[in-house]
Design a protein. Structure first.
Length: 236
């Protein structure tokens, strides 16, 4: 797939998001899935993908530390589209070792320990989920944070050895929410309580109106460290 990136970029230049998704979901014979965090952007993609392809593959990661509102959202989404979002879990023995050795809140102690928790609960399950795919779809937008400024619509994910498609890369936050309201897309109720970005319950919090949308995630760390590793770019 890597050698197809430039060709895809030319073919898709100026195309609407729906057409980009239609191309990847219906015109290519590939294994492709949306890795959904159940955030607003991924809910937009879920709506678009189920409309374009009835057997669209969508999965999420249950870290074991998600807020109740996120589990509610999985149920509401499955009910609306009459589909089942596939759920990947961390390896039991790894979580048991982490918690038994370091306690329930090791991620607050240092960046390394936070990354260790993210690796066990998110990265390893994600890598397992991605291992059978040719392309993974994400809901990343360029304006989301200082760590995401260089992202492209289509890019090579060297760390996971597959192509990464970011169909909403140019969307604004306003466009995302307009789509959700206009299409009655289910969304996480925590968004109504001041949470622009929602991850694990102990690592997400509400922010003041107008604050950086990622500032409620791992708020005790500097902005340049604020990725769990799911979208860190490896150069190869
Ligand atoms: S976001 Fe927090 S609780 Fe969730 S995996 Fe990362 S460190 Fe662990």
């Amino acid at each position: 797939m890597k050698n197809k990136i430039e060709e895809f970029k030319k073919q898709l230049e100026g195309k609407e998001t729906k057409d980009v998704l239609d191309f990847f979901l219906n015109e290519l014979d590939i294994n492709i899935a949306l890795a959904s965090s159940l955030g607003a952007e991924d809910q937009v993609l879920t709506d678009l993908m189920y409309e374009i392809s009835s057997d669209a593959n969508i999965f999420t990661l249950d870290t074991g530390r998600l807020p109740k509102q996120t589990y509610d959202l999985i149920e509401r989404t499955n009910e609306k589209y009459k589909k089942n979002i596939k759920v990947f879990f961390p390896q039991t023995d790894k979580v048991e070792n982490l918690v038994n050795e370091k306690g329930m809140f090791s991620f607050y102690y240092s960046i390394d320990e936070r990354k260790e928790c993210c690796y066990i609960r998110k990265i390893e399950p994600l890598k397992r989920a991605l291992s059978s795919l040719d392309v993974w779809i994400t809901g990343l937008r360029r304006e989301q944070s200082v760590t995401r400024g260089e992202m492209q619509l289509i890019e090579w994910d060297a760390g996971n050895n597959l192509l990464k498609l970011n169909p909403l890369i140019e969307w604004s936050e306003e466009e995302v929410w307009n789509y959700i309201k206009n299409n009655n897309v289910p969304y996480n109720k925590l968004h109504d309580n001041g949470y622009p970005s929602i991850g694990c319950e102990p690592c997400s919090r509400a922010v003041e109106e107008g604050a950086d949308i990622r500032s409620g995630r791992w708020w005790w760390e500097d902005p340049e460290h604020k990725e769990c590793g799911l979208h860190i770019k490896e150069k190869k």
